[in-house]
Design a protein around this ligand. Structure first.
Ligand code: PXL
Length: 280
């Protein structure tokens, strides 16, 4: 039977990220994708000024109340960029309302990068995200988000394998059985992800070439592809590989085309590649 995902993130009208990447990626992976928009922005908040922001927190309860009346069931719930602290609490409630015995809950605590919180957020929001991560089965922070949630100093580029593996374990101690840390790099020419599975105790890494520049929305693309792979029955080590190869392919296209990276990366031309990776 076709699997269903409910994904909960903002709509940034311009600047591909959050729902405008999650929906096409999950659909291409054969997943029925329902959405709960957390906010509507004219653009994302990274690199644009003067953007509009309509918070949809007030809509969360009526939408979920209606879904409950429909007896909606889902194979996965996937959250990304949220609009408010109150939303973090409402979404924790949504998890318990819609969690079945096999439902996979993925929280991407999309709130910070390169040592800094995104403009809309503060430290309290980061701790709210930590509490939401505690309710997840799998989380996918970058190193900045991990540091904020664990209230430890952001290491910049100054970390080693022991730091990464200690951080993975500390994140798993918050609650999730599986942790994927993105933006991990031990050499100047490579970048990738590390994954920890608490049940088996295994740590896996996957790296690809590092492409110069900062590419907006790639964390959301990564998490969407990760979930697509997991729901297509890939084990975690394989899912981080699929997500890395898909994401770097999209970055490479955008780098080669020399388009402005704040508008997002060309993941659309990589969707065929994603489908191949999922078959493999
Ligand atoms: O890609 C993360 C993201 C999602 N949504 C909004 C953002 C950002 C990052 O800046 O601003 C609105």
């Amino acid at each position: 039977m076709q699997k269903r995902v409910i994904t909960i993130q903002d709509i940034s009208c311009i600047g591909k990220c959050s729902l405008t990447v999650a929906l096409p990626i999950l659909s291409a992976a054969g997943l029925e994708t329902s959405i709960l928009p957390t906010a509507i922005l004219s653009t994302h908040t990274g690199g644009f000024t003067g953007y509009t922001f309509r918070d949809l927190t007030e809509d969360v309860e009526p939408i979920t109340a209606h879904w409950k009346s429909l007896d909606v069931r889902t194979d996965a719930i996937y959250t990304g960029y949220l609009g408010s602290e109150r939303q973090q609490q409402l979404i924790a409630q949504l998890f318990s309302d819609f969690r079945g015995s096999d439902t996979l809950i993925l929280v991407d605590p999309a709130m910070a990068d390169q040592g800094k919180l995104y403009p809309a957020f503060d430290e309290r929001f980061a701790l709210g995200m930590r509490d939401l991560c505690a309710q997840a089965d799998i989380i996918a922070p970058n190193i900045t988000e991990a540091s904020l949630m664990l209230e430890k100093p952001y290491p910049g580029e100054d970390y080693d394998q022991a730091w990464i593996e200690q951080t993975l374990r500390e994140l798993a101690d918050l609650g999730p059985a599986q942790v994927v840390l993105t933006g991990v790099s031990f050499t100047p020419e490579s970048l990738g992800a590390a994954a920890f599975n608490r049940t088996t105790g295994s740590v896996d890494y996957y790296f690809t070439e590092r492409i110069a520049g900062y590419y907006h929305g790639t964390g959301d693309i990564y998490s969407s592809a990760l979930l697509a792979a997991l729901l297509n029955d890939k084990p975690l080590a394989e899912a981080i590989r699929v997500a890395c190869e898909f994401t770097v392919g999209a970055i490479r296209r955008t780098h080669d085309a020399q388009t402005d990276p704040k508008y997002g990366v060309d993941f659309e031309h990589e969707l065929g590649h994603l489908i191949e990776l999922l078959k493999g």
